[in-house]
Design a protein. Structure first.
Length: 505
């Protein structure tokens, strides 16, 4: 009798209005992460002035969060499948809010880097848990596509809300206040989520293999660090040794997953061409975009002289485009095909980045705003459809691990993008020819040059700032060109890898 009633009960639960209220709670977690990522870019000039990090330390502050979260996402996604995704989400959200306080009150570059790393540990619990819960709450494919679109649109909205709210706070309070805005969101998420979210976990879970967890963490962090170090300082014995360590750990991780009865990650999922193609598309898309995103706020504030609030408003077109595209992406993919929508979106982003190679110190806002709008539309189409492809390719009880793979690609792409494209900007910038008496720290970062200029005579200060800003813009344009090449190549690859892929009807 029980087995006869279960399908009917599942259908009844599936259609309850409560699933949309549950989605509202899940998007709060997405908002938490998106706002945190965007306010850091706005706060970077202030952090640079207050904590006086070196150029290398400034890059670490920007990307250590991505390093740690990328290394732990698969482990945390698998942990949620085992102990319960709701439980992991609520614990992670609480930790995220509390560690944000540590970020706000950091007093040294080293403390800030540590705080960002710990925030990555907490952040690794949030994104895979939200996507996995969506996969388990929304069984109807069209509803799930809309839910994923709302999930992605909220992340994009967070990128708009973060700079605007963060800009307001930076103009009225100290830079640490931008991290404290995580606290009210965390409180609402935990209190409401504990009542509304359904618990879900894999019915066939095995033990959480700590050896696999360690191998995943060491492999990803070592590999990314090696790329970052080689990009910043050239090939060296240290970078090669660390890179080999990371490659060895990842190889061992894969071999171990193939032998475990209940692996941390079922690596056989990558035999599915659609799954692999979607993951690779996400990774290279974020890689091509992240360098621009990290340095754009500095361009708007330190080169064009905009205030933090105005700089935040200037970045809104990207979020508006992504929100609009994300809400209709599933419908477009069913009408035109998955590969058409993803490839066209990526090509649009690539062309927009190509237009940004024309940036100079006096570029008017129409060009920048139009390029950001196209970036948002293209990314909104691509990310929403690839997330749907990834979730649809796996059984519900593996949703956490599959979601974690998607998010790992995103975070790994961000870390590599900041390391590689960021190194292009930093490398070009560091070579500027300043006037006599230019302090060495002015060559570390544009924020350092602005600070150093404040203590120099007016004529020398003006010459220093002019040379530094010109060099920074040259580096940003070159990085935009490199990002455009990555996006256009990814669009071509997605066209072939996603051939024949369809969303569930």
């Amino acid at each position: 009798m029980t087995s006869t009633l279960q399908p009917a009960l599942a259908t009844e639960v599936q259609k309850r209005p409560g699933r949309w209220l549950a989605l509202c709670v899940l998007v709060l977690a997405v908002l938490l992460v998106a706002v945190d990522a965007t306010v850091l870019g706005l706060a970077t000039p202030y952090i640079s002035e207050d904590l006086q990090p070196s150029g290398t330390q400034l890059l670490w502050i920007g990307d250590v969060y991505s390093f740690v979260i990328a290394g732990l996402l698969v482990s945390m996604g698998s942990l949620g499948d085992r102990i319960g995704r709701k439980k992991l989400l609520l614990v992670g959200a609480t930790a995220f809010g509390l560690i944000s306080v540590l970020n706000a009150y950091a007093t040294t570059p080293e403390m800030m880097i540590l705080a960002r790393a710990l925030l990555g540990v907490a952040g690794a619990t949030l994104m895979p848990a939200t996507l996995a819960l969506i996969r388990n709450i929304f069984h109807d494919p069209r509803e799930r596509s809309l839910a994923i679109g709302i999930w992605g649109a909220t992340a994009s909205a967070g990128t708009a809300v973060g700079p605007v709210v963060g800009g307001f706070l930076l103009e009225h309070f100290w830079w640490g206040s931008v991290f404290l805005i995580n606290l009210p969101v965390m409180v609402v998420l935990v209190l409401v989520g504990s009542r509304l979210l359904p618990e879900s976990k894999s019915p066939n879970h095995g033990p959480w293999d700590l050896i696999s967890v360690t191998l995943s963490l060491v492999g990803v962090i070592a590999a990314v660090y090696a790329v970052k170090d080689a990009a910043a300082h050239g090939a060296s014995g240290e970078a090669l040794a660390v890179g080999l360590l990371g490659a060895g750990a990842l190889f061992w991780f894969v071999r171990r997953q193939l032998t475990l009865p209940t692996p941390l990650l079922d690596v056989r999922l990558f035999r599915n061409r659609g799954f692999s193609g979607a993951v690779l598309a996400d990774l290279f898309t974020v890689l091509g975009l992240s360098g621009l995103v990290f340095f754009l706020s500095q361009y708007l504030q330190l080169v064009q002289g905009r205030g933090p609030f105005e700089a935040g408003l200037a970045e809104i077109p990207a979020a508006v485009g992504a929100v609009a595209a994300g809400l209709v992406a599933g419908r477009f993919a069913r009408r035109f095909s998955v590969r058409t929508v993803v490839s066209a979106g990526l090509a649009a982003v690539g062309l927009a980045l190509g237009a940004l190679t024309l940036l100079d110190r006096s570029t008017g806002y129409p060009l920048l705003g139009a390029a950001l709008l196209v970036v948002g539309i293209g990314a909104g189409f691509s990310f929403t459809v690839t997330a749907d492809v990834i979730l649809s390719a796996v059984p519900k009880d593996q949703a956490g691990a599959a979601s974690a793979v998607s998010e790992t690609a995103y975070e790994l792409g961000a870390a590599l993008g900041i390391a590689l494209l960021g190194s292009i900007v930093t490398g070009v910038y560091a070579g500027f020819a300043g006037p006599a008496g230019t302090p060495a720290e002015a060559h570390d970062s544009l924020g350092g040059a602005v600070e150093a200029a404040g203590s120099l005579p007016a004529h020398t200060s003006e010459a220093l700032l002019s040379a530094a800003r010109e060099s920074f813009v040259d580096g940003l344009a070159l990085a935009s060109g490199a990002g455009a090449a990555v996006l256009l190549a990814t669009a071509v690859a997605a066209w072939f890898l996603l051939r024949g892929q369809k969303l569930e009807v």
